[in-house]
Design a protein around this ligand. Structure first.
Ligand code: C5P
Length: 224
């Protein structure tokens, strides 16, 4: 199984379709994010469906339960396999997302953004145990999996057992630029910690040969 989820963080449909085509056969899933979906909506999903890979709509919903339930219903109708919400929206919001999605789309809950370091988390009032606490709350409310950083995946896997899917962004192959990410780790570190999926954006998007970059990550994972 190829555990690489490529984030198609590009501004237009043509770039998304081209990157998806280059990565087909080299990654296991494609992630559509806020930039592309805000600009193009459902057409973004259609633009990359031809790659024949599972699709992950990363909208990180965070609103009142009724609003999130409606948005989740519409996301499921697009035929995507995964949708994200923020776990900090609370148990009732997560239950509403679960209802809206129905049986075919899996619900992932984001714990704490990988761009936040300890000082950032303290500044917004997040307690030190926010990641495990939010993860347990989300799973109890019906989430199928958790999005967490490479720093927490090992302890979460130990605490949560084999069941929940753990999806890990903030991935940086050795030597790659961090950009705005703070809690980062290598592909091998994340997979050794128990990640089911690693989310890789810029290290693939900005590579001269994205397929070759994905293959190098796949080899690193196989060695882990
Ligand atoms: O370019 P990079 O590899 O940093 O991209 C990471 C991707 O994962 C982005 O699309 C970002 O929106 C997403 N993500 C994240 N942290 C989370 C959840 C999702 O970086 N907690």
């Amino acid at each position: 199984m190829n555990r690489i989820c490529a984030a198609l963080d590009v501004p237009d449909l043509r770039s998304a379709a081209e990157l998806a085509r280059k990565l087909a056969g080299h990654v296991g899933m494609l992630k559509l994010g806020l930039e592309l979906f805000t600009a193009h909506g459902p057409a973004a999903v259609e633009a990359v469906r031809g790659a024949g890979l599972p699709l992950f709509l990363d909208l990180k919903l965070h609103d009142i339960p009724q609003t999130v339930e409606g948005a989740a219903r519409e996301a499921a109708a697009l035929g995507v396999q995964y949708l994200t919400v923020h776990a900090s929206g609370g148990a009732e919001m997560i239950r509403a997302a679960r209802r809206g999605l129905g049986a075919k789309t899996r619900l992932l809950a984001v714990t704490v953004l990988t761009s936040l370091d300890d000082a950032d988390q303290a500044a917004i009032g997040l307690a030190r145990d926010a990641v495990p606490r939010l993860a347990k709350l989300a799973l109890a409310a019906g989430a199928d999996g958790i999005v967490c950083s490479p720093h927490e995946v090992g302890s979460l896997r130990a605490a949560l057992g084999k069941g929940p899917e753990l999806v890990v962004p903030g991935i940086r192959p050795a030597g790659a630029a961090k950009g705005d990410q703070r809690r980062t780790g290598t592909p091998a570190e994340a997979v050794r910690g128990g990640a089911d999926w690693i989310v890789v954006g810029r290290p693939l998007r900005d590579a001269p040969d994205p397929a070759a970059a994905a293959d190098a990550i796949a080899r690193e994972i196989a060695g882990a």
